[in-house]
Design a protein around this ligand. Sequence first.
Ligand SMILES: Cc1cc2nc3c(=O)[nH]c(=O)nc-3n(C[C@H](O)[C@H](O)[C@H](O)COP(=O)(O)OP(=O)(O)OC[C@H]3O[C@@H](n4cnc5c(N)ncnc54)[C@H](O)[C@@H]3O)c2cc1C
Length: 298
Amino acid sequence: MKDFEYHSPATLEEACQLLKKYDGQAKVLAGGTDLIPGLYRREIVPEQVINIKGIPSLNFIANEESKGLVLGSLVTFNEIISSPIIEEHYPILKEVAEKIASHQVRNLATIGGNLCNAAPSADSAPILIALDSTVALIEPGGKERTLPLEKFFIGPGETALAPGEILIQVHIPLLKPRTGVSYLKQTSRQALEIAVVGVAALVRLEKKTEKCSLVRLVIGACASTPLRIPAAEKILVGKKIGSQDIEAAAKAASEAVKPITDVRASKLYRKEMVRVQCKRSLEEAISRAKSSPETGME
Ligand SMILES: Cc1cc2nc3c(=O)[nH]c(=O)nc-3n(C[C@H](O)[C@H](O)[C@H](O)COP(=O)(O)OP(=O)(O)OC[C@H]3O[C@@H](n4cnc5c(N)ncnc54)[C@H](O)[C@@H]3O)c2cc1C
């Protein structure tokens, strides 16, 4: 690891001042589960490292009536797993967090770090896009902006963050009635494994007809960024979905992705697993939509 200057601000203002002072040359450190290995491998050689872990205002979970769920960027995956708010209102996030890494890594790994690291295989990205999440960012001058998460990812390790910007919050809208969500992760072993394919599905059904009024299908680990698959979504919207429609949508998703072959899986295997996991994920989301509460914000 190359030497660097280390800073540990106690407030967001202080962090912003440091980021302004170092003019986009400093690296933000959260849980360090991606950054520290990168520093050891000398893939990243910053002059300045700014540890934001000591900023309490970035670590909270709140369920707000107008915004839905708001997660501070420092919330760890184990905090997501043990949160009663998430268990009650957004159990899918607990399910996803349980599929990430190991207990020890989840004690450190933050939701903000998972998104900002922008690995194509990151597990939180597809489900948060399916849920129509937005992220709140703050620039070194203190100005805040929000961005749909779908627009946040630019390529592997590349995001819409401007130099020195910090991701401060993730906003997840309220889940409307008769909406079901699912995230399935294809891995080459059961635990402590990065996704070969990740599939998130959100399906909403109309009250009386049970026709599908909304689908978001998002695939991870098959492109440089998480991918929404409009061609598959179109097959399902407006229909009372039957098994043939699900098969057709899963096939369309498999045809739409252009994955690469790497150490984890071949291109052909990934395409086939996209088909299989899209089918299962859609089935699970539909079944959950059918049994989801009838009441809630329309
Ligand atoms: C053994 C192991 C297993 C893993 N398994 C999985 C897995 O199954 N699924 C998965 O998705 N990931 C996995 N990971 C990756 C990693 O744990 C996650 O990506 C984690 O959420 C990163 O968060 P962090 O807080 O550790 O980020 P850090 O390592 O601190 O930071 C990661 C990057 O994001 C930037 N950053 C962090 N926070 C912010 C912020 N708030 N604003 C701006 N920039 C920021 C940093 O500068 C850095 O570039 C694994 C890692 C390990 C070591």
